[in-house]
Write a protein that binds this ligand. Structure first.
Ligand SMILES: [Zn+2]
Length: 171
């Protein structure tokens, strides 16, 4: 197991649509373990493979810090099959540091995909689990929370990043 580097905005891999996984081999299984370890190390509740530089449709989630009924799981090639209601929630992202933005999501979603042992699985999520599922689904479709907020907010974040970079290089 290994903690991997989490790519940060505006890395180009984060903007790409990730590709389907056609075979769950040892490489995919190792990646899933490493993603979980990386997520825990960063105190995150979800992570998509593209965030560690692998543009494949794999997500891991563990929202138990916010909803104790839940636990760690991974999903391969996830697809939303039904959705219901609306909810606004202030989201952060491990790839967009120091940014909290209110995003409108569906309140409930049902997602189907494959488990790491190759079995079909379905997850019905409500509240934080539904939000986290949609956030990670966004990642594998090349979208970030910054793509879900107004242009003005996006500009503010970009400018903040530029200023920090200037500070970092002493200019
Ligand atoms: Zn994220």
């Amino acid at each position: 197991m290994a903690v991997l580097e989490i790519l940060k905005y505006p890395h180009r891999v984060l903007k790409k649509r990730s590709k389907e996984v056609d075979r769950i081999d040892d490489e995919v299984k190792t990646l899933i373990h490493d993603m979980a370890e990386t997520m825990y190390e960063a105190n995150g509740i979800g992570l998509a493979a593209c965030q560690v530089g692998v543009p494949r449709r794999i997500i891991v989630l563990d929202v138990s810090p916010l909803d104790p009924k839940q636990a760690l799981f991974a999903m391969i090639n996830p697809e939303i099959i039904s959705e219901e209601g609306e909810i606004d929630y202030e989201e952060g992202c491990l790839s967009v540091p120091d940014c909290l933005e209110k995003v409108r999501r569906k309140e409930k979603v049902r997602v189907k995909g494959m488990s790491p042992d190759g079995k079909e699985m379905e997850v019905a999520g409500e509240g934080i689990l539904a939000i986290a599922l949609q956030h990670e689904m966004d990642h594998i479709n090349g979208l970030l929370i910054l793509d879900r907020v107004s242009r003005v907010k996006r500009e503010i974040y970009r400018n903040k990043l530029k200023k920090e970079r200037r500070k970092g290089t002493g200019l």
